[in-house]
Design a binder for this molecule. Structure first.
Ligand code: SF4
Ligand code: SF4
Length: 471
């Protein structure tokens, strides 16, 4: 058994008790440069998260993941279900970007941008400190038997947690349902959108339990990125590191000032750690790179008149006096894959035109013939036109000939002309009627323009082969 409760057990997690039970961590608040930077950045991210669903770009919500409508919009670019392969590029690009960033800056995602860290640190833990006091008071309250004070403090805390969780959930759903639409839904009775209401309750419960109670356990036990990050890092990657050469031997009771290293064994770094680890034992899987221990230790160093940076952002090779290689095969591979994927993505995006149309013959026979009232023969070619509009513009599409001299010779007949193509797909029939003399040896290639009657702009050109009887 360790004599100091902050001297952690060698073979046990700080968050697990002797009998495997959960040990709830109450990290000490820290002040310092990194704390200030993170606070600003976290609030910026929260602001972005809350505000983005309310921003429209080109008439569409900036990010909208409409799963039932199979339509996904990202900053003015709309992807439909059949664009799913393009989304794979986005996913792979994200994976390799994270790989590249991790190989250089370590777990910067966990400490600086993961919603788990951002919401717990900025909102939930702040509410907790506001109601229950500092880390020591919180620990005391948790360990105390139930009393009126404990009951009201815990109750108010959980009610506030619930309000925040509801707010986070509604912002989250705004990305899927549409922020404005969701606002009006919330104005009506839940019975009108029962499925959505149940879904909202479940997500709120999930956020409430995760951010309010499960917390660091998610990073330690459940997060897949936490598991694989060690594969992406090596001795040249930045990490939160304790300078063992400078710190050891750490101060022990009875040691004189010149007998120990810079570490005075005050455990301030351990007390401030939200995952409860002792960074002096080296880089660990549980470290989310939150920088709390840097600030905690820097404050102690200031206090004892030692230079700051006993715990700092650094690389293992620097610490061993070897140069850090930022460009090495590992991150060059990540970088090459990342660039390759994004270039392919942009190229594919350009290739996928915003407005597409396909013309296929609409009947088994390539043409039919009809006798007009004046006794002359008229040839009819029937085509089916499938139009796909992925742009943000609603088009009123009509067809005409590129070669204007054909207008007197060939008639285009459509059931509706122009057709409004405001949805993803639109199908229509088109008939080309002409005299057999228009053809040469029974066929003729013509260029059809799909033009928007609103703007008179040509949005697409297609080649059509007309067929008729051989003269
Ligand atoms: S805060 Fe600094 S001095 Fe105190 S125990 Fe941690 S490393 Fe040592
Ligand atoms: S060891 Fe330091 S950086 Fe890592 S989680 Fe604990 S306090 Fe944060």
């Amino acid at each position: 058994m360790a004599s100091n409760k902050f001297e952690l057990h060698e073979s046990r997690l700080a968050t697990t008790g002797e009998h495997g039970e959960r040990v709830y961590i109450h990290p000490e608040d820290v002040k310092g440069v990194w704390r200030n930077r993170r606070t600003v950045f976290y609030w910026f991210l929260i602001f972005l998260y809350m505000v983005l669903p309310w921003i429209n770009i080109g008439g569409k919500q900036s990010i909208l993941l409409d799963i039932p409508g199979r339509e996904f919009t990202f900053f003015g670019n709309t992807f439909l279900a059949h664009n799913a392969p393009l989304l794979i590029f986005v996913f792979l690009g994200f994976v390799f970007t994270i790989g590249f960033i991790t190989s250089i800056w370590g777990r910067v995602w966990c400490g600086w941008a993961c919603p788990q860290t951002v919401f717990i640190d900025t909102i939930y833990r702040k509410i907790e400190s506001f109601i229950e006091g500092n880390a020591r008071q919180r620990q005391k309250l948790s360990a105390a038997p139930m009393s009126f004070e404990k009951l009201w403090k815990k109750s108010i805390k959980w009610v506030l947690f619930l309000i925040v969780s509801l707010h986070i959930t509604h912002s989250f759903l705004g990305y899927f349902v549409g922020a404005r639409k969701l606002f009006w839904i919330t104005m009506g009775p839940p019975t009108e959108h029962m499925t959505l209401f149940i879904f909202m309750c479940l997500i709120t419960l999930l956020f409430l339990l995760d951010f309010g109670w499960f917390r660091e356990q998610f990073c330690i036990i459940a997060c897949p990125y936490g598991r694989i990050q060690s594969v992406m890092m090596d001795e040249h990657s930045k990490a939160i590191i304790y300078d063992e050469k400078r710190g050891e031997p750490r101060r022990q009771p009875g040691m004189k000032k010149d007998e120990h290293g810079a570490c005075i064994n005050c455990y301030a770094c351990v007390k401030a750690c939200p995952t409860g680890i002792d960074i002096r034992r080296g880089v660990q899987l549980e470290c989310i790179a939150c920088t709390n221990c840097i600030d905690a230790c820097d404050e102690i160093m200031d206090h004892v008149g030692s230079p700051r940076g006993l715990i700092r952002y650094d690389t293992q090779s620097n610490l061993e006096g070897k140069p850090t290689k930022y460009l090495r095969p590992r991150n060059l591979i990540y970088l090459a894959a990342m660039i390759g994927i994004f270039v392919t993505f942009i190229f594919s995006l350009k290739l996928s035109q915003e407005f597409r149309a396909t013309l296929v013959r609409g009947s088994n026979t390539t043409f039919s013939e009809a006798v007009k009232s004046d006794g002359s023969i008229e040839v009819v070619n029937h085509y089916k036109v499938n139009m796909e509009n992925e742009s943000l513009t609603n088009y009123n599409i009509s067809l005409r000939f590129k070669d204007k001299s054909l207008e007197d010779k060939i008639t285009i007949v459509m059931p509706r002309n122009p057709v409004t193509v405001d949805k993803a797909y639109f199908k229509t029939n088109v008939f080309f009627k002409f005299e057999p003399s228009v053809l040469t040896n029974g066929s003729k290639s013509i260029i059809i323009e799909f033009f928007d009657t609103n703007s008179n702009n040509v949005v697409l050109e297609k080649e059509v082969k007309l067929a008729g009887p051989l003269k």
